[in-house]
Ligand binder design. Structure first.
Ligand code: AMP
Length: 230
């Protein structure tokens, strides 16, 4: 599986990437995570990007593209990967196309997760993750069974919230998404690579839709019809 997951902040790209990663044994490459790791470790790259991230703006293309190219060369990408948060604008999409051609890598598809904008701020501002295993939680939609322990890895009380998950920054990130990232949709549609899923459905249904649209006989760039009950 070699795919790009596209969608606004809070669409559930990280959650779906983790589910697919476990199921297919591929790696999740999240540019946001890579930047945050560098910020946390205080590397020169981290120092360069910290303020940009906290304002919800895009890190310059040159830095981001170089980071992705190096990441794709690592051995763990051989079995496949999920790009989460890259590309973020047309220049990055063009650079990625060129880079993959040079590396001899073919993508299986570009999956767009559609969500209602008005739900995103609520989704993002309540979210937090286990710093041990990365499992995601939400103040309203998915609380851990015990307030101070992760349901999955049982790390005690080690939850973190992203510095850029506050309302003002979320609004800026949504503005950047609509202004700069959404224009890459026609780029992939014109190449017959764009697949659309309903990101508002239950987590496991979204995963099933992603798997369905990636089947070779599905060239859908429209959401699949809702499944019937009974
Ligand atoms: P994310 O975790 O994908 O929401 O990304 C968090 C922040 O990292 C973004 O708001 C940007 O500041 C930065 N970032 C992540 N991916 C990219 C990218 N492809 N291009 C530029 N900046 C990025």
């Amino acid at each position: 599986m070699r795919i790009i997951l596209l969608g606004p902040p809070g669409a559930g790209k990280g959650t779906q990437s983790r589910l697919l990663m476990e199921k297919y044994g591929v790696v999740q490459i999240s540019t946001g995570d890579l930047f945050r790791e560098n910020v946390k470790a205080g590397t020169p790259l981290g120092k360069q990007v910290e303020a940009i991230i906290n304002e919800g703006k895009l890190v310059p293309d040159e830095i981001t593209i170089k980071m992705i190219s190096e990441r794709l060369d690592r051995a763990d990408c051989k079995n496949g990967f999920i790009l989460d948060g890259f590309p973020r604008n047309v220049a990055q999409a063009e650079a990625l196309e060129k880079m993959l051609k040079e590396k001899g890598i073919k993508l299986d598809g570009v999956v767009r997760m559609e969500v209602d904008d008005d739900k995103l701020v609520e989704r993002i501002s309540g979210r937090f993750t286990c710093s041990g295993c990365g499992e995601g939680y939400h103040d309203k939609f998915k609380k851990p069974a015990q307030a101070d322990s992760c349901d999955k890895c049982h790390a005690n009380g080690k939850f973190t919230r992203r510095a850029d998950d506050n309302e003002a920054t979320v609004r800026e990130r949504l503005k950047v998404y609509h202004g700069q990232t959404a224009p890459i949709l026609p780029f992939y549609k014109s190449r017959g690579m764009l697949k659309i899923v309903n990101g508002m459905a239950a987590m496991e249904d979204v995963t099933a839709e992603i798997e369905a649209v990636l089947k070779p006989d599905s060239d859908s760039d429209k959401p699949p019809p809702p499944r019937m009950c009974g």
